[in-house]
Design a protein around this ligand. Sequence first.
Ligand code: ADP
Ligand code: MG
Ligand code: ZN
Length: 599
Amino acid sequence: MNNQKPENNKKKNHIIWISIGVALVAIAFMTIFIILMNQPNENEISYTELLTKISDGEVEKIEMTVGSTSVKVKLKDVEEEKKAIVPSTQAFIELIQEEKVNKNSDIDLIQKPQNGLLTFSAGFLQILPTLLLVALIILVFKMQGLGDNGKVYDETATKVKVKFDDVAGLKEEKQELIEIVEFLKNPEKFTKMGAKIPRGVLLYGKPGTGKTLIAKAIAGEAGVPFISMSGSEFIELFAGLGASRVRKLFEKARKMSPCIVFIDEIDAIGARRSAGNGAESENNQTLNQLLVEMDGFDTDETIIVLAATNRPEMLDKALLRPGRFDRQITVQIPDLRGREEILKIHAKEKKFAEDVNLKNIAEDTAGLTGAELANILNEAAIIATVNQHTAIEEQDIEEAVKKVTVGLQKVSRVYSEKDKKITAYHEAGHAIVSRYLPTQENVKEISIIPRGMAGGYTMYKSNEDKNYIEKTELEERLVALMGGRAAEYIIFHDISTGAANDIEVATEIAKNMVTVYGMSSLVGNISINTEKDPYELQILGEKFGDAIGAEIKLLLDGAYIKAQSIIKEHMEQLEIIAQTLLKKETIGEEEFENILKEQ
Ligand code: ADP
Ligand code: MG
Ligand code: ZN
């Protein structure tokens, strides 16, 4: 299993040693150079001396030329001025100013503008050796760190306080994991019975769905140490290091057993091993080591390995074999009830106004993860504080939802009249088009206030959690997405970059319709995942690939045409919504319907 390549390792080791050697010689050289250069004569004081004198209050005046690191120092009871070299002008100025603030020091700091270009290069040359030295020292320290002879990895082995009660929702997930808790608490009971407990459990799920949280909760419930590490930490410069880190991690785990080992982002090490390209990569050695460790568990070792990933399709199949991560649990994004429970947990230490209803927030946040919900409540508390409210109010939460979902409100961003106009018609286009599409949700808010990357936004109501989406709905979603660009084209006879994100989202949906959901009759019920298998398309043939492209284009073109025709049918409505937006910047749900009714 463990086919490391020794020649390869040796070569890399040589490189390390040569680099360290070169660095040491260079450091010695630089140090001598610096000592020589900074050799103080009677008229010169060293930098450390200068600092002492400043803090002792012995300095009366410092004169410096901007860009030069050589300064003139006037000491209080010394007649002639001294010279000193400071490492960096900016840092030095800050230091003196700080000193002044802290100690009421009375140094006069006189800064003279630089006259003549040459002073700059002289100043720079003087600090150059220092900079190089610092860079080298950092480099050497880094290399030693990587040299695999110490505590190089950032792992934590701690008793955790998190309990299952701190994990909201995720009922089925918890149900599946409870037996692991029992096992960790009382392993003999299970072994006596001859029961086989999974060694490894893989948690699949989007970022922020609570994978780390639930892993910790298992350790917390069982009262065992939680040793964690992130897969990305294994990806290192020098061969063999990842593997040795894995070895150390498990050495530690064996000492602390019973315990939980948690490997976050396991896809970083557990990515599919590339077949047949000769050289084993660093990744593969690390992965091999992990497999060796997991296969080598003794029956009396009570260690459970939990791993998390949001890219299950990337994982090497070898990881999923019996005795390894043979149990896989999908950690779902929360449904309506889950969201309400998560909000409840995170609302505990916060103060809310009486009319705040967490259920309403849950209804408005379909599709958001636990981490995002926690973030919303935290943001709401910040916003309430800024607004000087005594408790978190409904409007603070609404603002927080917007902040987290659409990005930060950027009122200060410079925004030309032309941009505003394009945005107004673009957003009005989305709103009008989706209003006349039966499957699309009602508009909740339209705005031309820029948020995050978006120039404006149209928010839709989403008070329904759905498992399945029909083809018609996806098609109409494409039409709604094209509404912005279609309106721009009809009004200005030109199009803008403002639709980039709409097009990106639409393309993704259309691609999935054709290659994942089997919604194109020409292509048929075939799932094509080139990420999983780059050769899949080659097997199916070039013509097939062409057909896929044509079908995706057809969907997108059709949606654009449909969007245009809806807008042309409702030009007055588009006009009045866009004009209202230009006046008021934001239109709410009720107002939107009222304006249209008056038409
Ligand atoms: P993941 O590991 O899946 O990326 P985390 O476990 O790190 O997600 O979740 C981040 C944070 O989001 C948690 O610390 C917690 O505050 C919150 N959170 C996520 N899911 C839940 C949940 N089901 N219940 C309570 N809080 C949650
Ligand atoms: Mg995590
Ligand atoms: Zn748009």
